[in-house]
Design a protein around this ligand. Structure first.
Ligand code: SF4
Ligand code: SF4
Length: 403
């Protein structure tokens, strides 16, 4: 799927007990768009078809209680609750308000700061939704794919019509002064057939506080789209071109989480992007029926790869966190193949997203199917950073700047 959770991966605490800090709440199981490479509807898994359309009030109440008890027990400083789909805004504003009101009430007094987010294709985003988001402090992430041509080709509605114009209108509303503080950012999936700088500049036109660039979900069995005559590491090259445009801008125009995290990791910090770093994932997904699932991205691997046997009616999130499937998601460096463990950039790369390592012969015991692209981008960023530090040293040594 391309309208996915903007990935954010605060490093989990050292040692047990395991816990979650990202709760992806599937409020609605269907979507009004027909994106040809959506991994929920167009890849291997059709679990969505057996889910209720909308999460009902009983499941919402139970879920809110489960999240609250988990956070009360583990007291993480921050947690994210992401309202998601399908398209979550196919549910009426009152449904989103019901859940947000309940969660905010249940979580009152907790030590954890809860970031409430909604990830949407924005086709239904209007004053009614935004007033609910304003009341409950829900930030809005919007999925869009860059230039109008690229967006319309990759994100048509169910009738095959382009949706760029309506998404642009919704983003204009979101940028008005009353709602601007709710603007969480844009999420764009890399399209190597589109010009990288034109894509980035089309995103910038929406004045996003943050841009998330995601690689299309793929595995060794179902590799990323690329033409046979593409150069080596085409996704790495594409991202490197955007990096240069972003890094060389005379002022900081937006945050690009993928790049900020790469720079932070090179400088000894931590990553805020699930793409990088040796941490593993602490995401839990809750379907409209109350089923607990592993990271959604696993739907790109095979039918059922994201499914657990757990349900919020019977199992709390401590029980889920102890489940072997979630432990595998969380494994970090210990879960990597021998090639990754001996890789000189493993502390930065982390082997890429776990789903991208899958091969039918040996499961996840592989480097990422984007290995060459990840390495290309890491080396490129490291080179730019090294050049920058060398120039800074020379300038300081020459007395160009006073300390
Ligand atoms: S808009 Fe809908 S169809 Fe398109 S990627 Fe997102 S969930 Fe899938
Ligand atoms: S995926 Fe490739 S670049 Fe990344 S850690 Fe593994 S071997 Fe290294």
């Amino acid at each position: 799927m391309r309208c996915e959770t903007a990935p954010s991966a605060p490093p989990p605490p050292a040692g047990p007990p395991p816990r979650f800090t990202q709760f992806v709440v599937k409020l609605h199981s269907r979507c009004n768009f027909g994106c040809p490479d959506c991994y929920v509807y167009e890849h291997r898994d059709d679990g969505w078809s057996t889910q209720p359309l909308v999460m009902g009030p009983t499941v919402m109440s139970r879920l809110s209680g489960r999240i609250t008890e988990h956070l009360r027990r583990h007291r993480p400083p921050r947690a994210q609750v992401i309202l998601h789909g399908g398209e979550p805004l196919l549910a009426p504003p009152a449904t989103l308000e019901h859940f947000a009101r309940r969660l905010r009430a249940d979580c009152r007094g907790l030590a954890t700061r809860i970031d409430l987010l909604v990830q949407t294709n924005a086709s239904r985003l209007d004053h009614a939704f935004l007033e609910v988001f304003h009341r409950y402090g829900i930030r809005v992430g919007v999925s869009t794919d860059g230039t109008p041509e690229s967006h319309d080709r990759r994100r048509p509605d169910r009738a095959g019509r382009g949706t760029h114009a309506e998404v642009t209108r919704a983003l204009e509303l979101l940028r008005t002064p009353r709602y601007r503080p709710l603007y969480g950012g844009l999420l764009c999936v890399v399209d190597i057939t589109a010009d990288p700088v034109a894509t980035y500049e089309a995103l910038l036109a929406h004045e996003p506080p943050t841009v998330d660039l995601l690689l299309p979900h793929a595995t060794w069995q179902f590799p990323p789209p690329r033409s046979p005559d593409a150069p080596a590491a085409p996704y790495g090259r594409w991202l490197a071109a955007v990096f240069d445009r972003w890094f060389d801008a005379p002022r900081r125009e937006t945050s690009v989480r993928l790049f900020d995290s790469l720079l932070d990791l090179h400088l000894g910090g931590t990553s805020s992007s699930e793409m990088w770093g040796p941490y593993g994932s602490d995401v839990v997904v809750i379907q409209p029926s109350g089923l607990i699932e592993y990271n959604d991205i696993l739907k790109t691997v095979s039918a059922g790869a994201a499914r657990s046997v757990l349900h919020i009616g019977a199992h709390d999130f401590d029980r889920a966190a102890a489940d072997p499937g979630f432990a595998a998601e969380r494994a970090g460096l210990a879960g990597l193949c021998a090639q990754c463990r001996s890789c000189p950039v493993v502390d930065i790369c982390g082997g890429g997203l776990r789903a991208h390592r899958h091969h039918p012969d040996n499961g996840f015991d592989n480097p990422s199917c984007y290995c060459a692209d990840l390495r290309f981008l890491i080396d490129h960023v490291r080179g730019r950073l090294t050049d920058g530090v060398t120039a800074l040293r020379a300038r300081l040594a020459g007395g160009g700047w006073s300390a």
